[in-house]
Design a protein around this ligand. Sequence first.
Ligand code: PHE
Length: 546
Amino acid sequence: MSGFEPGDFKRRDFLRAVGVTGGAGAMFATMGALGLAPTAEAAAAEPAFTAPRASDFTLTGKAAAKIVIVGGGIAGLAAAYELGKAGYDCTVLEAQDRTGGRNLTVRGGDAVVDTYGTQQTARFSDGHYMNTGPARIPQWMITLDYCRELGVPLEVFTNVNASAYIHTSRTSGTASGGGPVRFRTAKADMYGYVSELLAKATDKGALDKELTADDRERLLEFLRDFGDIGGRVTGDPAKSWRYTGSTRRGYRVDPGAAGTPGTVLGPVPSVSDVLASGVGRAFSFEFGYEQAMLMYQPVGGMDRIPRALTRAVGERKIHTGAVVTRITEKTDGVTVTYTHQGRTRTLDADYCIAAMPPHLLARVPHNLGGAVQSALEACKPESAAKLGLEYRSRWWEDDHRIYGGITNTDLDVGVIWYPSYAFHAERGVVIGYYNFGRDADAYGKLSPKERERRAVAQGVKIHGPKYRTELLSSFSQHWRLMPHVEAAWHSLEGGPDAARYAALNKPAGRVYFAGDHLSHTVAWQHGAFASARKVVGEVHGRVLRG
Ligand code: PHE
């Protein structure tokens, strides 16, 4: 995706790349946040979701209908699960041999054949795994409500760690010559210098138009604490408010018992070196609504969620290996044609929920009209990839004292994730790359072994030789190359409410559309759940009204 800094996962960039920034929506959201547009807030709120109940049919003379759901990812499973609560007769057709869609946890023995026909079999040890798709859940997302309801146990996912690194390859203009810096150190320096500069400007009177005398004193008090800087030296503006380093940078020798106060990490780089290093690029990531700590993951793997949904829906209602080849909407129902184990079959239902990747649905013959077809074609598939590296030791914990979290790089690997589970175990799986766009595509063109080699060469720059010598095996997942998925997520220009997607946000006769692409949280399970709920409400309302 152009517009992305390599390895950068900021919401702003992400939204720009998937085309949902700007416009009235964003403006109203901002105004709403400022308390300027109370009516916009009401308009933007999703109606509260009430799951359909069997008792909703009492005295209506209506009955639950038959529904065919195309796609057994989170949206399709959630739709079947919610409709099932009211007794709807749902059948899920899933092209892959398992449910979950992009929610795929890979463990030892799991095999994936990509669209090139290349097979990889994971060799991870027992108890170790990689979440190749979704891997982190913020507290506000309804994904957690489903975990509660389905009894999926959670643990903290460490998205931000002061001990993890920010790696810069930039060498020009910096005394340090680039390389890895701990988040804590980079922040101490950047916050320190920004505080110093702002304090100096404030004290010089540069902000007298903006601030009252009281404001100025309060701001200075804040900056002193925020940047850990010195105070005013009367009569000496140059010596005032200076950042000269801080214990917040960390220690070269950690403090211990009496007599061993430790040695603070030094020397402190100049403001110019800190700016030139570019470390500041990695800070705003954790400010985002989606990425802020604390975050969560299901204990044992993200696929605990689709597994629990599959169990709740009932395995016999789900046909895996069922590839849909035609959708025909008729005045009184829908016929879905699919192939299963070499045979062509058809399924008739009252309604259909199409919850498969939109750019793949666009290749399925249907009679849903030109507006639907052009809207489907306008959903652009995007690339993202992850590489899991299993190590025979947890050197990142033992040697680097990093327990979970993410190292940010400006290399083509994007970010490197340390596992948030199995601390102090013998082995562990590190995510050696999580990249997207061009970087993901570049790795995707390589063989699995070459991907490993290239990514390991990058990781060695940050972590040293153990990144290579302790490696046991790897598994790489490229979502553009995953059969029946062929995308990490989709970008919808202008967002899901833009006019060109209108045909997907209402039924085409008896066919409804669902998926995270039809939500304001593209690339999150929350979006898939929210979209499924919206469609479930619409179908149920229609059936009740008869
Ligand atoms: N949800 C995915 C993740 O957290 C993709 C994503 C990245 C979505 C950044 C929004 C912002 O990695």
